[in-house]
Design a protein. Structure first.
Length: 185
């Protein structure tokens, strides 16, 4: 069974720290044999979700279709004022388009959650918000999530991380998403 994992996250800042963390999690999923898709940065520039609007722009259609067929999901958000970014939240609002699917929202899917913020308080509260949203969308947050204090931990542009324990945790989250998807499969 080939597992499909969709990673959503990052910010509008190209190659942001949260996007780099997302890539490490997805590398862990790939190492476990998954086919991964990344939706980040400009891919997340969507109109505000409006359930009354039936015609979705191409980027929103892609987001919904990728999630519809995903076996697992990874969510990575920067911590803005103690919670997830509006960019990530708006993307998650588009999951409402899955409300009438046989597999509603994120039902039965493993979801790895990571938050990166400049400070522990914002990182932890953002991770908590992500995990709460996953529960509300009927997903299964992986046992391991990561709150990253980006004031202490830096990611480079080639997949490196200044803290080997953080890099291992991120890869483990990707591995857990795949393991749970296979077990459910």
């Amino acid at each position: 069974m080939t597992v499909s994992v969709v990673g959503i996250g990052g910010s509008l800042r190209e190659d942001s720290q949260s996007e780099r963390a997302l890539r490490i999690v997805l590398a862990g999923a790939e190492e476990a044999g998954a086919k991964v898709t990344t939706i980040s940065g400009q891919d997340l520039v969507l109109p505000f979700y409006d359930p009354a609007v039936v015609d979705r722009p191409a980027l929103a259609q892609r987001l919904v279709e990728e999630l519809r067929h995903a076996d697992g999901v990874v969510l990575v958000s920067p911590g803005y004022h103690g919670t997830i970014s509006g960019l990530v939240k708006n993307a998650l609002d588009y999951l409402e388009d899955l409300r009438e699917d046989d597999r509603v929202y994120l039902d039965g899917r493993a979801v790895g959650c990571v938050a990166a913020a400049s400070g522990w308080q914002a990182a932890v509260t953002t991770l908590t918000a992500l995990r709460s949203i996953v529960h509300a969308l009927r997903g299964w947050p992986t046992p391991l999530g990561a709150a990253i204090n980006s004031a202490d931990v830096r990611f480079d542009g080639v997949g490196g991380c200044s803290d080997p324990q953080v890099a291992t945790a991120l890869r483990t989250i990707g591995l857990q998403v795949v393991e749970f998807a296979v077990a459910r499969g």
